[in-house]
Design a protein around this ligand. Sequence first.
Ligand code: ZN
Length: 91
Amino acid sequence: MFCQNCGKELPDNCIACQNCGAQINNVVDTGNVGWAFLGCCVPVAGLVLYFVWKDQKPNTAKKCIIGFFIYLVFCILYVIMIVLLSLMLEV
Ligand SMILES: [Zn+2]
């Protein structure tokens, strides 16, 4: 693997060139919807993966955080439903 900017040979699994500092853009960043699903089912993982990937894999990170927010919205809806139900039962 070689740097696309300066042509210097790079070690495997590095994210930026050690010579010129250019980002290595051979990372797989498909932004697969499956990551949103994961973020929804395992919100902690979605949140952690977002912060891990937000610079290297912005598309995938976005899907992770979307999943996390879907989970949050469902939590809020659930709480609102419980509150409304308890209010209705008290009357
Ligand atoms: Zn370079």
